[in-house]
Write a protein that binds this ligand. Structure first.
Ligand code: BTN
Length: 323
C-alpha cells in the first residue's frame, strides 16, 4: 500500500480528530515532509482535510470519500458491489476489471479508481477522469445469456444511470445514442461495455462508466473543456460520489434482474423515452461516411432504424448528431 493510502486510512479511522504530522510520520516510518506532500496530494484529489501547524491534520468531510465502508452504508444490493477494489490510480478500471475477471473475480465485483492513465472511451477514444471529482467505475458481470444479447446490458446501464439522475432531481439530461448522458448538449457521462465470450456463452461482461460528478469543467484539459459538463455544475451543488455510486449500483442491480427475468422491453421503452430520439432527423458518422435520415425506431439490440433516401438502414455503430 502506498504511503498516501496509509495516511488516508489513518485519517478515515480518526475522522474529525486531529492527527499530528509527527504521529503519522512515526507510525508509517516516513519523513514529516513526505507526510505533508501526501496530505497535499489527498487534498488535490478532493479529500477535505484541514491542516494546522500546531495540531496536524484531520479529515473534515466525507462528501468526496470513496471506499468500501462508505459504500456499503448506502448499498442495498444482493451481489453488486459486495466485492470491490478501490484504486487511487490505474491504467483503466475496465482493463483492471477484465484482468480480475480473467483471474476468476466473482460476479458483481466493482472496480473504482480516482484517476486513470489510459481511461478508455468508445471507438478507441480516451476518457479523462477528474481525480476526487469524477467517477470511474467498472462492473464485472457473469450473465448466463447468449453473447448476442450482451449489448443490451449497455442500455440497461444507461437506464439505471438515468434513474439515479432522476432521483437527484436532475431533469435536464438526455441519453444520446448509443450511451452518453448529455446535459445541454454537453457530455456528463459515458459507458463502455466489453465482453469475453465463446460462440454460445458469455464468460463475463465488463461495464465501465465514467461520470463528471463534482468536476469544475473550467479545469478540464483543453480538448474536452467545451464539450463536457458536470452534474454538480448543473445542480449547483456538490454530490456525494460514494452515495451516487451506491445509488447507481442499487438501481443497476434492479434493472439487471428485470432484464434477466425477460422484461427487456420495459427497459428499452424507458431508454427510448429518455433519449427522445424517435422521429428525430440525424446525421450518423461511421468512419468517413455520413448517413442522413429520420429515426423510426430503436430495435431490441439498441440499433437505430433509420429511414433514409436510400431506404431503411440499421445503424449499430458510429456517432450521431441531430440535424
Ligand atoms: C465513452 O463515452 O466513449 C465511454 C466512456 C467510458 C469511460 C469509463 S471510465 C470507467 C471505465 N474505464 C475505462 O477505461 N473506461 C470506462
Amino acid at each position: 500500500m502506498k504511503s498516501r493510502d496509509k495516511i488516508l486510512s489513518l485519517l478515515l479511522e480518526s475522522r474529525d480528530q486531529w492527527l499530528s504530522g509527527e504521529h503519522i510520520s512515526s507510525l508509517l516510518g516516513i519523513s514529516r515532509t513526505a507526510v505533508w506532500k501526501n496530505i497535499n496530494t489527498l487534498k488535490e484529489m478532493g479529500y477535505s482535510i484541514e491542516s494546522s501547524s500546531r495540531l496536524g491534520h484531520k479529515l473534515v468531510s466525507s462528501v468526496n470519500v470513496m471506499n468500501q465502508s462508505e459504500l456499503v452504508k448506502h448499498l442495498d444490493t444482493v451481489f453488486l458491489g459486495r466485492n470491490t477494489l478501490f484504486l487511487n490510480e490505474t491504467d483503466s478500471t475496465n482493463i483492471q476489471a477484465f484482468r480480475l475477471a480473467d483471474q476468476g473475480a466473482v460476479h458483481g465485483t466493482v472496480v473504482v479508481a480516482e484517476s486513470q492513465t489510459m481511461g478508455k472511451g468508445r471507438l478507441s477514444r480516451k476518457w479523462f477522469t477528474d481525480p476526487g471529482n469524477g467517477l470511474a467505475v467498472s462492473m464485472i458481470l457473469r450473465p448466463q445469456i447468449q453473447p448476442i444479447l450482451a449489448p443490451r446490458l449497455t442500455l440497461v446501464t444507461a437506464v439505471a444511470l438515468s434513474e439515479v439522475l432522476d432521483s437527484i432531481g436532475l431533469n435536464s439530461y438526455m441519453i444520446k445514442w448509443p450511451n452518453d448522458i448529455l446535459i445541454n448538449n454537453k457530455k456528463a457521462a459515458g459507458i463502455l461495455s466489453e465482453m469475453k465470450a465463446n460462440i454460445d456463452y458469455v464468460e463475463f461482461v465488463i461495464i465501465g462508466m465514467g461520470i463528471n460528478i463534482n468536476t469544475d469543467t473550467s479545469t478540464l484539459p483543453d480538448e474536452i473543456r467545451d464539450i463536457a459538463c458536470s452534474i454538480s455544475e448543473e445542480l449547483d451543488s456538490e454530490v456525494s460520489r460514494v452515495k451516487f455510486l451506491a445509488d447507481f449500483l442499487n438501481s443497476f442491480e434492479r434493472c439487471y434482474d428485470r432484464f434477466l427475468s425477460g422484461d427487456f422491453a420495459g427497459i428499452l421503452e424507458k431508454w427510448i423515452k429518455k433519449s427522445g430520439i424517435l422521429n428525430k432527423q440525424i446525421k450518423v458518422t461511421i468512419l468517413e461516411k455520413e448517413i442522413f435520415g429520420t429515426v423510426t425506431s430503436v430495435n431490441e439490440d439498441g440499433n437505430l432504424i433509420l429511414e433514409t433516401d436510400e431506404g431503411i438502414k440499421v445503424i449499430n455503430s458510429g456517432d450521431i448528431n441531430y440535424v
